[in-house]
Design a protein around this ligand. Structure first.
Ligand SMILES: [Zn+2]
Length: 461
């Protein structure tokens, strides 16, 4: 059925002219946008469908409609381990050490239900496409567990097959109990690509290869993952230059900066994106710009772990593709995509003054920026031929009171709210603020039980 959204106070297109259409309308047919413009200019064939009830109509009065936000970095299983007391006040390496043992008790059901929960939170906060970086597979867990959850939730998904192979006995950071054999990692990576990866336009599911970080895998696995990914046209993702200790590890172990290390392994190019890059140096920024290597900027996580202020202004000016990531729920305990855009703006201003980032640039990074980082030209903007992924924010609540002068900027400057409507791939997944693709109270009840079970098992009960 054709979907027609009408009467939006403002329709933010993020198209080539960055048009913001007053009293905007949008027509979608199947997975794709067919038409975008002012409601008064709706073509007669669509006007007839509205009048005779043959189209599904969404009245967007009082709302700002914009392209769905794109989340480029997450570890959804961590929604089971939010606000863990022992990991509340740590920096990256000691934070990880405190959590690895807990995570070693994860089960397939925990992966599934935590992914549903994390996706519900993202969808309600305006996100329509997300990546997830799963790098622990204890007790029979598989990436298939998160893929199944994404299919139930109806989210556009880039499933990153993470991995760790360098246990503590081999000089890595994670305990040996949570690492895998490299041969098994590569075999499973190939299986996942063959079973699930869809490279078509409007694809709802892509597979990504994603060894976890320089301090948890070998150089051989990084190189072989890149070879495998390129043989099958899938993207590569990992963590890089997250904080000073991370840079020190790279210099000490490899005699290279993180950027040099990535380049030496073939981990640069438009098919690669790195999370964080808080400490990417000038040479690294130039390299990323030259090669089109992407960055997932995670401002809340960087603040939570006191990692620093990523040089986003400099990266953007140099031409580095930058998207936003909420990061895992254990280092950003609130995974709100619109909130993340707000923090991106605020953090650049803390570091570089009030002109460092504007509201519209923050929204552009959260939409078009993320799309480019994930290697997609079919999401991030609303125009004919683009995927029908859009969200609506109701501007009538107290949080936006008095912000009618510029409702688009208000989305970033005011306290972030949840969406009233979300459409993914032409399908309404949130209506009147309610998620339609899951029984959320039931999912959350099970999620609470599983979080408790995880802690009890880790405590040896
Ligand atoms: Zn991460």
């Amino acid at each position: 059925m054709t979907l027609i959204a009408l009467n939006a106070d403002v329709l933010v297109t993020m198209d080539a002219q960055r048009r913001e259409i007053r009293d905007g309308a949008l027509v979608a047919d199947g997975p794709a946008v067919q038409w975008v413009g002012a409601t008064a200019e709706l073509p007669p064939q669509y006007r007839r469908m509205v009048d005779d009830g043959t189209a599904q109509v969404l009245d967007m009065r009082g709302r700002v409609v914009m392209p769905g936000l794109v989340n480029t970095h997450h570890h959804m299983y961590q929604s089971l381990t939010r606000a863990v007391p022992a990991a509340q006040d740590a920096e990256l390496f000691s934070w990880l050490t405190n959590l690895y043992m807990l995570w070693s008790h994860l089960t397939p059901e925990m992966i599934h239900v935590s992914t549903q929960t994390a996706m519900a939170e993202l969808m309600l906060s305006g996100c329509t496409t997300t990546s997830d970086h799963l790098y622990l597979y204890p007790n029979g867990a598989r990436l298939d567990d998160s893929i199944a959850a994404a299919q139930q939730m109806g989210m556009r998904f880039h499933a990153a097959r993470g991995s760790m192979s360098l246990g503590r006995s081999k000089g890595g950071l994670p305990p040996d109990a949570v690492v895998e054999e490299e041969e098994a990692i590569l075999r499973d990576s190939l299986r996942l690509i063959q079973q699930y990866h869809d490279s078509a336009r409007h694809s709802m599911l892509r597979v990504v290869l994603a060894p976890c970080s320089p301090f948890s895998v070998t150089r051989e696995l990084m190189r072989e993952s890149a070879v495998l990914a390129r043989a099958h046209g899938v993207s590569l993702h990992t963590h890089l230059a997250e904080n000073d200790n991370d840079v020190a590890f790279s210099r000490e172990k490899f005699g290279l900066t993180p950027a040099q290390y990535a380049e030496s392994l073939g981990w640069v190019g438009p098919d690669v994106w790195h999370a964080h890059c808080v400490k990417l140096d000038a040479e690294g920024i130039a390299l990323f710009a030259r090669t089109g290597t992407g960055v997932a900027h995670c401002p809340c996580s960087n603040m939570r772990l006191a990692s620093g202020i990523a040089p986003v202004r400099t990266m953007r000016d140099a031409g580095v593709p930058v998207g936003l990531g909420v990061d895992g729920s254990a280092s950003n305990d609130g995974a709100h995509m619109l909130g993340e855009a707000r923090q991106a703006l605020l953090l650049q201003r803390v570091g570089h003054g009030p002109a460092a980032m504007g509201a519209r640039e923050a929204l552009e990074i959260a939409t078009l920026g993320g799309a480019r980082v994930l290697g997609r030209d079919d999401i991030g903007a609303l125009a004919p031929g683009m995927s029908a992924d859009f969200v609506a924010f109701d501007m009538s609540g107290v949080g936006y009171a008095g912000a009618g002068h510029d409702p688009v900027a208000a989305l970033v400057f005011c306290t972030p709210t949840d969406v009233s409507t979300s459409v993914i791939n032409g399908r309404v997944v949130v209506r009147d603020g309610h998620l339609l693709t899951a029984d959320l109270p039931r999912v959350l009840t099970r999620h609470r039980e599983l979080a408790r079970t995880l802690f009890e098992r880790a405590a040896g009960h």
